[in-house]
Write a new protein. Sequence first.
Length: 285
Amino acid sequence: MSRLWLWWALLGVWVTGSVLVHLFYIKRIRFSTELVLPPIRIVDGTQLRLRLPGNLFHQGESRLRPLGNRSALDTLADYLRRNPRRLLIVTGYHTPAESRQTLTGNLGALRAQAVQDYLLDADVPDEQLAIRGQQAESFPVIRDSTSALSFAFAPIRIDADWLARHQYYVDLVHPLQLYFPTGSTAYIHTPDNDRFAHEAVAYLRIHPRERLRITGHTDSVGTVAGNLRLSRARAMAVRDQLVKQGVPRRQFTVIAMGDKNPIAPNALPEGREANRRVTLVIVQR
């Protein structure tokens, strides 16, 4: 009896093997696997490597599909906040067929804008984001889903405007820098430096023994004597604006440094932008 069971077992193995050979090799039938769109890579040198799922949009739509908690876009937002001198360029794509099916003029731009809105909600500064819309003849679509995005990075150019916007008011005894266009004695106004000036005027009015020290600086372009004159003119221009608001001249200490005290290398364009400045600080007695 045991020998009979052995033969039956061998027969079963042979039949099963024959069926499998017939299915997989003769009929060329495979187990079906769900097709998945390839992920979108977000790479910034060796500093950042992320993957977004490929099924970000429905065809003909610009609304981001749900990404779940703590998606790659959240990690991207963290990276941008830690690197304020990196610009993210998001390009959204659309096909001619999609354009014909919708009333939207540039569906690709709206797709890029959806990513921009997501990052803005995650407190990424607007100046670190740029979006584009571009037509593509085709791109991967699986089950009405598509990615239709690409990401690139570029350095943000540091100029006087950028420096001024990133100079934050703390209090009157923390030095605040005012930045100037080249050759100019008119500084770039921002909400923070306007607040410093407003609060400095109010403070000096009720503390007549206190002084506001105003120190003028230049970059290294030009002669030593010319830079000294320009740095003094910058400091005096700031002082005169505050005097017009009712603070006596004796409460200001004006210092001209010319190009003697740079805070960045003058050999670099952005260094020269940083050195064209006036420093304000209340000197308490």
